[in-house]
Design a protein around this ligand. Structure first.
Ligand SMILES: Cc1cc2nc3c(=O)[nH]c(=O)nc-3n(C[C@H](O)[C@H](O)[C@H](O)COP(=O)(O)O)c2cc1C
Length: 149
């Protein structure tokens, strides 16, 4: 059983929904999961858990959602170094065809450039996540669960 912290930034609730679904599946597969809003998180939370999932949506032509953006800006390289992460990114190509789900790329870059380890392919959700709950999201969480020790 692993301990997992999910930190998310969500303006309209879509990312929160995805994180809750992922949390449920990881919990069902016997992991200990905590889901936290980015605005209620502090960088030192990361090291209290075996794994951290960072999740956020995309706004403003390819920018990271503001709460998770503020959170990662508060972090220092040491908060990422050698720690294990997975990323969830949301977006919608109707808002911007050039910067689709840019949040995923920004979060991946933040982790890897600071020496963190990505333990799974990133979960990318284009448009409403509701239709992906039983498919893409479930499969991703089940696969992730198998990686956790
Ligand atoms: C004003 C606005 C700007 C957006 N800009 C982008 C964007 O540049 N790229 C993208 O992929 N999605 C963009 N989106 C789509 C959101 O990322 C998407 O709706 C996401 O599911 C919202 O997640 P949340 O409810 O967790 O905040 C934008 C949405 C809004 C309302």
């Amino acid at each position: 059983m692993a301990s997992v912290l999910i930190i998310f930034g969500s303006t309209g609730g879509n990312t929160e929904l995805v994180c809750d679904e992922v949390s449920q599946i990881l919990s069902e597969t016997k992991h200990k999961v905590t889901v936290q809003r980015a605005e209620k998180s502090i960088p030192s939370d990361i090291k209290k858990y075996n794994y951290c999932i960072l999740a956020g949506s995309t706004y403003g032509q390819g920018l990271l959602q503001e709460d998770i953006n503020k959170f990662i800006k508060q972090c220092s390289p040491n908060d990422f170094l050698k720690r294990k992460f997975a990323i969830i990114g949301l977006g919608d190509n109707k808002y911007n065809t050039e910067y689709v789900i840019e949040s995923a790329k920004i979060l991946e870059k933040t982790v890897t450039e600071n020496g963190g380890i990505l333990i799974s392919p990133t979960l990318r959700i284009n448009k409403t996540p509701v239709v992906y709950i039983e498919t893409t999201i479930k499969t991703w969480a089940e696969n992730l669960s198998k990686q956790l020790k």
